[in-house]
Ligand binder design. Structure first.
Ligand code: PBG
Length: 303
């Protein structure tokens, strides 16, 4: 009766990875219990997610081919675009969120286009806006830019508005840190940078005040909801953002957070179920309205 924080499946967004081919359900070795799904199977998985009371999935794509300018990210028949159509045709009462980024689609693995050895911010904006627009045209309900280029929320908002998608919300990965905890995801999404790292565009883990500036900028540009990522090592940042802003706040319990708990549990070092529930509760307590989590299905079943 006096508990201050409650967890519900309604708080969760479940990440899914879509790959080319047919009849594929391939486990991701660094993230046990998570799979690469081919388009033909992903709707069935989404039906199960919806039946558990989870309101949304977020889609990531592994394209057939990669190139310098991430053509696969904004192709009309791209992997994510096809998955959106398959899910929307088949599953009721499930929001489809899409991760908007170029790193899974570029041959160099960076989140924007490259000039010399640097990511070229402004030419990347047009490609990100095209990517978001193609997702929405395929039926996506919410777009979530994760690239961390400056100005991308504004560019995406303008592109959506111009095409008449005035009502489609943007969930901005606003305070996204250059974190080692994305390690297992880069295997899952095959998106490791081929040279350098992401520290020129993602945030320094040492900075919390800067997170407030990033959030404020994204909101000025038209973001409707903001995200802090990772979650558990950045509970203070979630709490700051919750206190300072009056918009829905999401937190991403990232691949490394998930895999640490899974690994310790499989070695018998930790009670996996309790660690899962405690970590999710703590993220809610810090102030997150929504949690993107690979535990969504397992936690929903327990709840
Ligand atoms: C794409 C993106 C990443 C994640 C979500 N979107 C990887 C990265 O920025 O390197 C990480 C998610 C996770 O680790 O679970 N830019």
């Amino acid at each position: 009766m006096v508990r201050e924080t409650r967890l519900s499946p309604e708080n969760f967004i479940y990440p899914l990875f879509v790959c080319p081919g047919n009849g594929i359900k391939r486990e991701i070795s660094s993230m046990p219990g998570n799979f690469h799904w081919s388009v033909d199977g992903v709707a069935q998985e989404c039906r199960e997610v919806a039946a558990l009371g989870i309101p949304a999935v977020i889609l990531f794509g592994l394209p057939e081919a990669k190139d310098e300018v991430a053509t696969g990210a904004y192709a009309e028949d791209g992997i994510v675009q096809r998955a959106i159509r398959a899910i929307k045709a088949d599953v009721k009462d499930l929001l489809v969120v899409t991760d908007v980024c170029l790193c899974e689609y570029t041959s160099h693995g960076h989140c924007g286009v490259i000039k010399g050895e640097e990511v070229d911010n402004d030419p990347s904006l047009d490609l990100l806006a095209r990517t978001a627009l193609s997702h929405v045209q395929a039926g996506a309900d919410i777009v979530a830019p994760s690239d961390m280029m400056d100005g991308r929320v504004g560019a995406i908002r303008a592109a959506l508005d111009k095409s008449g998608f005035l009502e489609t919300p943007i969930l901005a990965y606003a305070a996204k840190y250059a974190s080692v905890f994305y390690g297992p995801f880069r295997e899952a999404a095959d998106s490791a940078p081929q040279f350098g790292d992401r520290r020129a565009y993602q945030m320094d883990p040492a900075n919390a005040r800067e997170a407030l500036r990033e959030v404020a900028l994204d909101l000025e540009e038209g973001a409707d909801m903001v995200m802090v990522k990772p979650a558990m090592p950045y509970l203070d940042v979630i709490a700051h953002v919750r206190r300072e802003f009056r918009v829905p706040v999401a937190a991403y319990q990232v691949s490394g957070e998930f895999s640490m708990i899974r690994a310790a549990a499989s070695l018998g070092w930790l009670d996996g179920e309790r660690a899962m529930m405690e970590s999710l509760t703590a993220i809610r307590r810090a102030g997150a309205d929504m949690i993107l989590t690979y535990f969504a299905k397992d936690a929903a079943k327990l709840l």
